[in-house]
Ligand binder design. Structure first.
Ligand SMILES: Cc1ncc(COP(=O)(O)O)c(C=O)c1O
Length: 439
């Protein structure tokens, strides 16, 4: 059989592993979907050995792996985990029932009572809620510091700090965090620390996906994913994953065993068979459309500001070009957009209500990384745990024709600015050539 090393990641995500200790992979063209809650142990000795070996990284020694019970380990899920570790360039991966299960497990299995983390001020709403509402009950505190301000991060770190936590691009503002700069600082601060107290950088890579950014290569220690989004890709599965160094793997598996938030084998199979092989294809198409929509939005007078890493106006253009790079080395600005309406001309709430009423190609719904284009208002929906109001509109671009998305967004903008006679008059004036206006 041909060897997979040397093949591009795009190809490896279509074909998966050439061999797995977990299953006969030589004869299945499509990976198998296993569904068994419990496993025959053959003898008390073999059962005891299975429990004893639980948590050790892949036992690829040419003998059948000892499976015991689905919540401990399971073949379909563990093949997916091998693929995710490979595509992120990590040593190990543990999957979970959701992105939030992965994030909470990664933090709770690493941090002890009395430890601290430093997190960027803006994060996905439920992650913010985990840091502000639940972790303090275990005496784990989060300081919120702008992670692009290296001097501020340096000043905030103390001997209790264990984790630096971030998303890049940030949900929903699409701000980027400079991972290389943060790595430099952590390396410097780690010089005086014992290995078990090393500062670790945790990066939620849900927005960019490994297609658009490999944080471990840029300096992260741990990568987190909501598989529910771009990696699943079709809006049918909820899942999460932690890609981590070997030394955190066993603890994470034990945590999952005892807290129980396992990814179902059926979801793992769908993500592996449908999501991963189409990741590059979907993202490339969605990026193509996202660029068009971003340019179009920038030209609309009801729109005050558009944030998209692929726009010339993106404030961190250079950083975007060096961090957001796809499997082929090309710039990968992603499929997410964030924009603000000019409140004097159109209200965001009225705009998304109009989308919900009249649009066919754009759906008012949370989540992202779907085949369908989804729109939402973070301040009152996904990020409502922050308790703030106003703010912008988040748009996750799907696989529809770009012109249909633009037509639906345009019709909704016209409808809501029509409701404001002054704005309409201004818009009509602005659309006329300057010469005609002077006449
Ligand atoms: C950046 C990010 N991380 C994590 C999550 C949580 O994922 P899940 O819904 O799979 O728990 C989300 C969900 O929207 C997200 O946007």
């Amino acid at each position: 059989m041909a060897r997979k090393s040397g093949y591009k990641l795009t190809t490896r995500l279509v074909h998966g592993p050439e061999h797995s200790a977990k299953w006969d992979f030589s004869h299945h063209v499509t990976p198998p979907l296993s569904s068994s809650t419990t496993y025959r142990l053959d003898s008390a000795r073999r059962g005891a050995r299975g429990f004893g070996e639980f948590g050790q990284l892949v036992r690829d020694v040419g003998e059948a792996p000892i499976y015991i019970y689905d919540r401990l380990d399971e073949p379909t899920r563990s093949i997916l985990e091998g693929e995710l570790a490979d595509v992120e360039g990590g040593e190990a991966c543990v999957s979970f029932a959701s992105g939030m299960a992965a994030i909470s497990a990664a933090l709770c299995s690493t941090l002890r009572a009395g430890d601290e983390l430093i997190a960027h001020p803006v994060l996905y709403g439920c992650t913010h809620s985990l840091l502000t509402r639940w972790l303090p009950r275990q005496d784990i505190r989060a300081q919120r510091v702008d992670l692009n301000d290296i001097a501020a991060v340096r000043a905030a770190v103390n001997e209790r700090t264990r984790v630096v936590y971030l998303e890049t691009p940030v949900n929903p503002t699409l701000e980027l965090i400079d991972l290389r700069a943060l790595r430099g600082l952590c390396d410097e601060l780690n010089r005086g620390r014992a290995p078990q107290r090393r500062l670790l950088i945790f990066v939620d890579n849900t927005f960019a996906t490994p297609f658009g950014q490999r944080p471990l290569q840029l300096g992260a220690d741990v990568v987190l994913h909501s598989l529910t989004k771009n990696l699943g890709g079709f809006g049918t599965e909820i899942g999460g994953a932690v890609i981590c160094p070997r030394e955190l793997h066993s603890e994470l598996l034990s945590y999952r065993k005892d807290f129980g938030a396992i990814l179902s084998s059926k979801s793992a199979w769908a993500i592996m068979v449908y999501g991963l092989p189409t990741l590059a294809l979907r993202l490339k198409r969605q990026q193509f459309t996202a660029r068009k929509v971003a340019h179009w939005l920038e030209a609309q007078e009801e729109v005050a500001r558009v944030v998209y890493p692929g726009l010339e106006s993106f404030p961190q253009r250079e950083l975007a070009r060096s961090q957001l790079v796809d499997f082929d080395g090309d710039f990968a600005p992603g499929n997410m957009l964030y924009f603000e309406l000019d409140p004097a001309r159109a209200q965001a709430e009225e705009f998304v209500d109009e989308i919900a009423r009249s649009a066919y190609s754009v759906t008012l719904a949370v989540s992202l990384g779907h085949t369908k284009t989804l729109i939402e208002l973070p301040a009152s929906m996904t990020h409502s745990s922050y308790g703030s109001s106003g703010g912008g509109v988040r748009l996750s671009i799907g696989l529809e024709s770009p012109s249909d998305i633009i037509a639906d967004l345009g019709a909704a903008l016209r409808a809501v600015s029509r409701a404001r006679p002054n704005a309409k008059a201004k818009r009509v004036r602005a659309k006329q050539p300057k010469r005609a206006r002077r006449q």
